[in-house]
Write a protein that binds this ligand. Structure first.
Ligand SMILES: Nc1ncnc2c1ncn2[C@@H]1O[C@H](COP(=O)(O)OP(=O)(O)O)[C@@H](O)[C@H]1O
Ligand SMILES: Nc1ccn([C@@H]2O[C@H](COP(=O)(O)OP(=O)(O)O)[C@@H](O)[C@H]2O)c(=O)n1
Length: 240
């Protein structure tokens, strides 16, 4: 298969991370969790006493942390200034503050550039998941998928992960974060016009993975047949 870039966007709990990791592993592609990067910069701000509600303070500090993402889908990693951040970025404290930090344009500019350079460096191709990958980060992606699911299904999935969490409180927090992410000025959560929308409410994770793998394979088959048609036409023109 030719190198392929897949963008998977959607709100929280729609299955972006689990689907992207599995699709990347099945197809031998790299994997990038862009939400983890916004979480990492948020964790750094909190740890370094930056007031995350002060957009100027966040903008001024945005260039300081060094964030490194490992892109192996079977073992994704994230470090901040060389320190493993995979645990601390999932705390409730980070989750409740990440939307404020990710709304700051200077933060987005830096992280977007980092994401583009990681995608450029992925030789076999990459699955990149987030909120604005299809619209802003990689508008020329070969395939764009936008995952959705009902707020009830998403909250049930999330509270299944956070043992003992109240489903109603989880749903409220999730809906609030979606609203903040969808309404920010810079690069909000949105479906790209050319993205394929998949409602995962009634689907199992395996069905969603299968659906995306099929979409990637269809894309690759179409690209291959276009390429051989062009080559055939060129050969005929050359009289060979
Ligand atoms: N189609 C599905 N049906 C049931 N559970 C799912 C489905 N997709 C994902 N999950 C589960 O829901 C939780 C959240 O999925 P995740 O991939 O982290 O979503 P996102 O990255 O969009 O926030 C995980 O525990 C995952 O195993
Ligand atoms: N491409 C992206 C990815 C995440 N984000 C921000 O990062 C937060 C955390 O993303 P995430 O993917 O880890 O969130 P979950 O879906 O795992 O809950 C989102 O709520 C957004 O505020 C973003 O702004 N742009």
């Amino acid at each position: 298969m030719e190198s392929v870039i897949v963008a998977i966007d959607g709100p929280s709990g729609t299955g972006k991370s689990s689907t992207s990791k599995a699709v990347a592993a099945k197809l031998g592609l790299s994997y990038l969790d862009t939400g983890a990067q916004y979480r990492a910069i948020t964790w750094w701000m909190i740890s370094n006493g930056v007031d995350v509600t002060d957009a100027d303070a966040v903008a001024n500090a945005a260039g300081k942390p060094v964030i490194v993402s490992g892109t192996d889908p079977s073992r994704p990693t994230i470090t901040v200034d060389g320190v493993d951040a995979s645990g601390p970025i999932r705390t409730e404290e980070v989750t409740s503050r990440v939307s404020a930090v990710s709304a700051v344009p200077e933060v987005r500019a830096l992280i977007t550039e980092l994401q583009r350079s990681i995608a450029r460096g992925a030789e076999a191709g990459i699955v990149v998941e987030g909120r604005d990958i299809g619209t802003t980060v990689l508008p020329d992606a070969d395939l764009k998928v936008f995952l959705t699911a009902s707020p009830e299904a998403r909250a049930a999935r999330r509270s299944g992960e956070l043992k003992g969490a109240d489903v109603r409180a989880t749903q409220e927090a999730l809906v609030k974060r979606d609203a903040a992410d969808s309404s920010r000025k810079t690069s909000p959560l949105a479906k790209a016009d050319d993205a394929v929308e998949v409602d995962t409410t009634e689907l199992t994770l395996d069905q969603v993975i299968e659906c995306v793998v099929t979409l990637v394979e269809e894309h690759s088959a179409e690209a291959e047949s276009r390429r051989s048609a062009t080559e055939g036409a060129e050969k005929r023109r050359g009289g060979k």
